[in-house]
Design a protein around this ligand. Structure first.
Ligand code: ADP
Ligand code: MG
Length: 298
């Protein structure tokens, strides 16, 4: 099926990347604030465009507290418009460098794994798990976005962002041989959490310049051969949590934790079993306090 075209008032641009731009907008019928991602489909055959829209709208059926809700995807002026729930505290990428307490990081981990499990149950792989695809709102919810979008970009033959953007969160087996499965997504989850905990991207090639950047070849070498750092106890992380994240970053996919082991981990279960409203309040407090200027005033 193809989604209903929405009548939208376009507001400001929230971000660019991944072959398109994202704008905040208002649904004229309902006055609801949404986000719309606009990807140009110039030079695509009409059947292909329709195929893309149909495939995206299948994601309408996904409903989860841990997944950004799709409202509608449709063709407009030679572009695909993907309208989703608007998340008013932006993405995790905007919080890198801020000290994230362990309870907040555990709640993020649990939210991400719940969102992923929901998708895996529907036989959908995310394919692009990274900090900018984990969104936050002022009620303290953490949700995954952009599932299916990288598939769309692959379908139209558009390279997903730059080489570095594409590879930074990729598991070694995907970098080497394009093997891709659930453990590869567990790796990307581990990289995302480790980056939040360290306050910087985990791998740093020593010889690279500028110092914080990793050049493409070195990046692949790091992913395949280097041992990533461990969540620092000096920043308040427990060895239990650090070792779970370390296990997510095992070079051998078979050594990574299974999805269900996140719910068998005593430390994580301490947070999962506690009152959900309380966890959400802790999250809301953290993200509202550290809200980045661009989102805080909206
Ligand atoms: P990337 O994920 O590579 O940064 P995108 O084009 O997917 O590129 O997104 C650009 C930015 O737009 C994201 O980093 C995020 O901050 C913001 N964004 C995307 N979708 C939403 C949304 N539904 N609500 C709020 N912000 C969003
Ligand atoms: Mg994105």
């Amino acid at each position: 099926s193809s989604g209903n075209m929405l009548s939208l008032d376009m507001l400001e641009i929230i971000g660019t990347g991944n072959g398109g731009i994202v704008r905040r907008c208002r649904n004229r019928q309902t006055q609801e604030i949404l986000a719309v991602k606009i990807i140009s489909l110039d030079f695509q055959k009409n059947e292909k465009k329709q195929e893309i829209v149909t495939e995206l709208n299948a994601l309408n059926a996904l409903h989860s507290d841990y997944i950004v809700q799709l409202h509608s995807a449709y063709l407009y002026e030679n572009s695909v418009h993907i309208c989703t729930e608007y998340m008013d505290r932006g993405s995790l990428e905007q919080y890198i460098g801020i000290l994230v307490p362990e309870n907040v990081l555990i709640y993020i981990t649990l939210s991400m794994i719940q969102g992923l499990i929901c998708m895996w149950n529907q036989k959908i792989m995310h394919r692009d798990v990274k900090p900018s695809n984990v969104l936050v709102n002022s009620s303290g919810s953490i949700k995954l976005c952009d599932f299916g979008v990288s598939r769309v970009l692959e379908t139209i033959g558009q390279k997903v962002a730059t080489f570095i953007g594409t590879h930074k969160y990729m598991a070694p087996e995907r970098v080497i041989s394009d093997d891709y499965s659930i453990p590869s997504e567990i790796w990307s989850l581990g990289m995302t959490i480790l980056e939040m905990g360290l306050g910087r991207y985990p791998f740093q090639a020593e010889s690279s310049y500028p110092p914080l950047a990793v050049r493409p070849i070195e990046l692949v070498q790091c992913i395949v051969y280097e041992t990533p750092p461990i969540l620092p106890t000096i920043r308040g992380y427990s060895s239990e949590f650090a070792s779970l994240i370390q296990q997510c970053l095992s070079k051998n996919p078979a050594d990574r934790p299974l999805p269900r082991s996140f719910f068998e981990n005593p430390l994580l279960m301490k947070y999962n079993n506690s009152d959900m409203n309380q966890s959400r309040a802790i999250m809301a407090d953290f993200f509202n306090r550290t809200a980045v200027a661009t989102n805080a005033t909206r």
